[in-house]
Design a protein around this ligand. Structure first.
Ligand code: FAD
Length: 468
């Protein structure tokens, strides 16, 4: 049984740690973007280096006090907030945000966990390289949080998710020992890969304090297209044609339902799509090195697609500013949805070939529960990842439909499960999807996960109540 981080524990901690390590919790430490969970914390610890993190964890382990790691607080499944049970200590990485080294010859960077994704992107850019992880929360989310959740985003198609971009990790384990794993090697087959175990563990197996990450050459040419399509089947057929013609130069392929543009028109009217006639849209991006300009290739695939009726209209960005404006439309859709107020949100992945079938069947199942709900689907179609969010009819509040929230999510997730998909593609399990993991998870995998947790964190102090 864990103990609360009570006043006596905090006094002992303050006496044994350097001054200024602890501060009272502020509202923003205890909130999460969707407002589903309200966190609690006796205090927030703000360590400056890995030695201070280790000292904190040793103290918490000795007193059997739970620790919740906090990055940018943008996680969408409540992993960063503990609403119940013994009151924990929140461990913020905000003071550990140094870029320790940019290593162009290794195409690598070593960065502390509290750096924001945008800060890391800027450091890579300054060295003439790119760190390709890209998500709408990049101004706030941290590298530690990105790795702890194995974040995805808009460039997974070409570069993979956070897991694929990580070469090494420095972390503090539950007994306070420090895992020194910041090598920049591409090849290192020396036993179990603890780096991969920590990635996606959502703070339940260790505190990530720093990471070595892959950098890539900056594409010399980028072409961005905004396309209108009749239906998801056309989007899938277009994706197949683009992959065949452009190969790995195709770096992003995002699907957007018209509903998202309607939400933008209402709540963020400054954010306008270059064309908005049609039920479905695709944002496609092609990027290539100095010796190949992908624009010509993109134009010829799009001309064929227009002829075949796969697209009905399209715009190719003429400038970097126009490309950025198109990306802003895509990235603002989650925020517009938040302002509209969802009843239930889902982050699912499916075998790409089954996406159109999923969308039809899901629509029928939702209508069978309640007529008139508004569906807003968007996502990383190239990765088979859809955000499938359900809203009340115009004029109704989400609260008026709360009675069916669980039934809606169960209908969506049952269908995903039947179709060999995943009920959490990129956001993780946190606290929101724990019951879903139990319901849909493979029993052998769940048993192995529990055994790993018991072996690495026997007292259960690391992010108690998250994931398992
Ligand atoms: C507008 C918006 C758009 C988003 N778009 C995407 C998207 O496209 N793709 C995507 O994958 N996600 C997306 N997200 C979700 C979110 O940004 C990611 O999950 C992100 O990786 C979380 O990082 P963070 O620093 O905010 O972590 P937090 O929210 O602070 O924490 C998330 C989890 O990681 C743990 N954690 C944090 N730091 C550490 C650490 N140093 N060591 C160990 N555990 C730690 C926390 O305890 C918690 O369990 C989006 C969120 C928003 C609000």
């Amino acid at each position: 049984m864990l103990n609360p981080a009570d006043a006596a524990f905090l006094d002992r901690l303050a006496a044994s740690c350097p001054p200024g390590l602890l501060r009272p919790a502020e509202p923003r430490d205890l909130e999460e973007p969707r407002g589903r969970f309200q966190g609690r914390a006796a205090a927030v610890a703000m360590p400056r280096d890995v030695a201070e993190v280790a000292a904190l964890i040793r103290a918490c382990a000795a007193a059997r006090v739970g620790v919740v790691p906090l990055g940018g607080g943008t996680g969408l499944v409540g992993g960063q907030v503990k609403p119940d049970g013994p009151v924990p200590l929140v461990l913020s990485l905000a003071r550990m945000r140094r870029v320790r080294a940019v290593l162009p010859d290794e195409e690598a960077v070593v960065v502390e966990a509290g750096a924001t994704l945008a800060e890391l992107q800027a450091a890579a850019e300054a060295a003439g390289l790119v760190f390709p992880l890209s998500l709408a929360a990049q101004g706030s989310c941290t590298i530690g949080g990105n790795l702890a959740t194995n974040a995805g985003g808009t460039q997974v198609l070409r570069y993979g998710n956070a897991r694929d971009l990580c070469l090494g990790i420095e972390a503090v384990l539950a007994d306070g020992s420090v895992l020194h794993g910041l090598k920049t090697l591409r090849k290192d087959n020396t036993g179990y890969d603890l780096r991969q175990l920590l990635i996606g563990s959502e703070g339940t197996l260790g505190i990530i304090t720093a990471a070595s990450l892959r950098l890539f050459p900056r594409p010399a040419h980028v072409a961005t297209a905004w396309l209108a399509l009749p239906d998801p089947e056309a989007a899938l057929a277009l994706f197949g044609r683009m992959r065949a013609a452009l190969g790995t130069d195709l770096s992003a392929f995002e699907l957007i339902q018209r509903t998202g543009l309607d939400f933008l028109g209402r709540f963020m009217p400054d954010c306008r799509a270059p064309l908005d006639r049609g039920p479905w849209f695709v944002l496609a991006e092609v990027a290539a090195g100095r010796h190949a300009d992908p624009r010509g290739g993109l134009e010829s695939v799009l001309a064929e697609a227009l002829e075949a009726g796969l697209i009905t209209d399209g715009v190719l960005a003429e400038s970097l500013a126009q490309a950025a404006a198109i990306w802003r439309v895509r990235e603002a859709i989650p925020e517009a949805g938040r302002l509209r107020g969802a009843i239930a949100s889902h982050d699912v992945s499916l075998p790409r070939s089954r996406i159109a079938q999923f969308l039809r069947a899901a629509g029928r199942r939702i209508a069978g529960i309640r007529q008139g709900l508004v569906i807003n689907c968007f996502g990383h179609l190239g990765d088979g990842n859809l955000h499938y969010n359900l809203f009340p009819p115009d004029g109704d509040s989400p609260a008026a439909h709360r009675d069916i929230r669980d039934a809606l999510s169960e209908a969506v997730h049952d269908l995903v499960h039947e179709m060999d998909g995943s009920i959490s593609a990129e956001h993780g399990i946190g606290r929101l999807r724990r019951a879903d993991l139990r319901r849909y998870g493979d029993p052998a995998k769940l048993a192995a996960m529990r055994a790993i947790k018991a072996a690495l964190d026997p007292a259960g102090i690391l992010n108690p109540g998250a994931v398992l």
